[in-house]
Design a protein around this ligand. Structure first.
Ligand code: SF4
Ligand code: ZN
Length: 537
């Protein structure tokens, strides 16, 4: 790494030359260093006094501001290695990494370097984002690793408290205190994401997740075919996925489903049919998706099946064609976050190792005049030419098993998404046995509000989409729609750092007596805590 930095330092500024230096100094596995890795090494070496500070070199190593293009800086933090209740045949297990993760993955490497300490992981990541020139006052925390719901409650509370201590830049005695402090902290939490199994989304878990400040839940669905789920020993059914999605939706969470093509027993045809169930089945219809083609890894049961000739990964071409066909079916209310998991190629025994699968799929689609209408493909990602002054409103309405969903979007004349809001109107008052949260029993629910543009500092008007009032317009439209539909209250699922935003727009948190849970939620011990800002209509 030092040799690369020295070679770079000796060069005049030019991207092409930088690329040629990276080619001449490959990593031990033959791949090239990313600029962010070099920047991390640079910062560390300078700190250790092993390399002279060089502001020009540091500027050249800064990434383009893509990481925060959606308006928020993501910080991924991994939980410690811990067992998972699942026995999925494709899932790797390593002593060093949480279940389903591998110690060569970038996030895992960072976690190991920081001894899985949540404070250190969060702190170091924010520092490096800052060094890369990104705004870090709005942070989405992604808690990754195995099954969050399976970790002991005491570990979960400690883990989150330490993440928030790092955001707050000071220590708190309890999670409640840490969450409350974050409302006015330098690095505000605007989203908190966990990943778990569908059969662990119980009514009690719904309340626990809200108390922890979680706003988005990634659910490992993997397939919507009970035969495939059983063959791969997932240990849950499609109905478990439906139940999880229903509960999460009614409680206002944003729902991410993970789906895996090329599982044991699947064919490209069955996979395409499976994928279409996402939109055809009203009990699914997720807000976001991660597509993770099955990777064949050593020390898994799937590997044994492959050795016995009972399993074969798809040819790369077959997979690409399948993904293209899947993408054309995606509905405009869904965002496809990933098309491939970032598994280091040395672990993949057979099958594609292409990390740029998404670009290949996208290029092919363009050549054929095909479009993916998902949110990510329509996001305003650094498009300076987009015309913000003439955005058009559009309401995409769809039904689920328990709600009418309004995906309310503002589009620029070029068709880019400038902002959107997800409004859920439950068909019936919520069943308190299923969703034990009386305060939202009869409320309409804002599940997501997103305005695009490069991450702007809080409260400043930027050139991008943020702070131009689109969010306020969307909230007012949602309130009007909910009122027309007969709702008396509008609730919103809000990360602690966004609560002041909603309070400034007519939402309140009830302050009662009793113990605090969540940010400002004080409640009498006999009642359920109020975990959602609510606006009277
Ligand atoms: S549930 Fe997830 S982490 Fe657990 S064994 Fe299955 S794939 Fe692995
Ligand atoms: Zn897309």
């Amino acid at each position: 790494m030092l040799a690369v930095l020295q070679a770079l330092q000796a060069l005049p500024e030019s991207q092409r030359q930088l690329t040629s230096v990276l080619r001449r100094h490959p990593r031990p596995n033959g791949k090239f260093y990313a600029k962010s890795q070099l920047l991390d090494a640079y910062l560390q070496l300078v700190e250790e006094g092993a390399f002279p500070a060089d502001s020009k070199l540091r500027r050249r190593l800064r990434g383009r501001p893509v990481r925060t293009i959606s308006g928020v800086a993501p910080v991924a933090v991994l939980t410690k290695p811990y067992p998972c209740p699942g026995h999925c045949i494709f899932c790797p297990e390593q002593a060093q990494a949480p279940k389903s993760y591998l110690d060569g993955e970038p996030g895992v490497l960072r976690a190991i370097q920081n001894h899985y300490d949540p404070f250190e992981q969060t702190h170091v990541r924010i520092q490096s984002l800052h060094a890369l020139g990104h705004s870090t006052d709005k942070i989405e925390l992604l808690i990754l690793g195995g099954t969050w719901s399976f970790y002991p409650q005491s570990y979960r509370e400690w883990f989150l408290r330490r993440c928030f201590d790092a955001l707050n830049e000071r220590e708190s005695a309890t999670l409640d205190e840490a969450l409350r402090r974050n409302e006015t902290a330098a690095h505000r939490n605007v989203g908190l994401v966990i990943e778990t199994r569908p059969d662990w989304i119980t009514p009690q878990e719904i309340v626990a997740l809200r108390q922890q400040g979680v706003t988005k839940v990634q659910v490992g669905a993997q397939s919507f075919d009970d035969r495939i789920l059983a063959l791969n020993k997932r240990g849950h059914t499609v109905q478990d996925v439906r139940d999880a999605v229903r509960r999460l939706r009614l409680a206002g969470f944003k729902i991410v489903l993970h789906w895996m093509p090329n599982l044991y027993g699947a064919t490209p045809e069955s996979d395409l049919a499976d994928f279409k169930r996402l939109w055809d089945d009203p009990a699914l219809r997720p807000d976001e998706m991660k597509i993770y083609p099955t990777a064949l890894l050593e020390h898994t049961e799937l590997y044994d099946l492959w050795e016995q000739g009972k399993y074969q990964p798809y040819e790369e071409e077959t997979l690409i064609e399948l993904l293209i066909r899947c993408k054309t079916t995606i509905q405009p209310y869904c965002r496809v976050n990933r098309l491939m998991r970032d598994i280091p190629s040395q672990y993949i025994v057979a099958g594609t190792t292409k990390s740029n699968l998404r670009q290949i799929v996208q290029q092919r689609m363009q050549q054929r005049g095909l479009h993916c209408q998902c949110i990510r493909c329509r996001e305003l990602r650094g498009k300076k030419s987009a015309d913000f002054e003439h955005v058009q409103f559009e309401d995409v309405v769809y039904e689920t098993d328990v709600t009418t969903e309004h995906f309310m979007q503002y589009l620029t004349p070029e068709g880019y998404l400038a902002g959107f809001l997800r409004l859920s109107l439950p068909h019936e008052p919520r069943d308190l046995a299923e969703i034990p949260l009386p305060e939202i029993r009869e409320a309409a629910m804002v599940r997501e509000l997103h305005v695009y543009g490069p991450a702007q500092s809080l409260g400043r008007r930027g050139r991008g989409g943020q702070h131009r009032g689109l969010g306020t317009h969307l909230l007012d439209r949602a309130a009007a729609l909910a009122r027309e539909a007969g709702f008396g209250e509008l609730a919103v699922i809000a990360a602690v750092g966004t609560r002041p935003y909603y309070q400034a727009r007519g939402f309140t948190l009830r302050r009662g007596v009793g113990r605090g849970v969540g940010a400002q939620c004080y409640y009498a011990p006999t009642t359920t805590p109020l975990l959602y800002p609510i606006r009277k209509l």
